[in-house]
Design a protein. Structure first.
Length: 82
C-alpha cells in the first residue's frame, strides 16, 4: 500500500469517528431537552393540583356559604369547584 492510500484510510476512520461523536452528542442533547421538558410539565401539573385542594374546614365554610358548584372526590383527595 502506498502512503497516500494509508492516509486516506486513516482520514476516513477519523471522519467516521467524528460523525459518530456528533450524532451521539446530538442524541444526548435531545434526550436532555425531553427530560427537562417533562420535569417542567410535572412541576406545573403538581402546582395546579395544589391550587384545587382545600382543607376540610375551608371546604365546610365554602359549602355553608353556597360557593361550591361541584366536589370531585378521589382517593384521599377532594377537589372543589366554586
Amino acid at each position: 500500500m502506498s502512503m497516500k492510500e494509508k492516509e486516506k484510510k486513516e482520514e476516513n476512520k477519523n471522519n467516521k469517528k467524528d460523525s459518530k461523536l456528533i450524532i451521539g452528542l446530538v442524541i444526548m442533547l435531545v434526550v436532555l431537552v425531553i427530560i427537562a421538558l417533562l420535569a417542567l410539565w410535572m412541576m406545573n401539573k403538581k402546582e395546579s393540583e395544589d391550587e384545587k385542594t382545600l382543607a376540610y374546614t375551608d371546604l365546610i365554610k365554602e359549602v355553608t356559604a353556597q360557593n361550591v358548584e361541584k366536589i370531585e372526590m378521589t382517593v384521599r383527595k377532594y377537589y372543589c369547584k366554586s
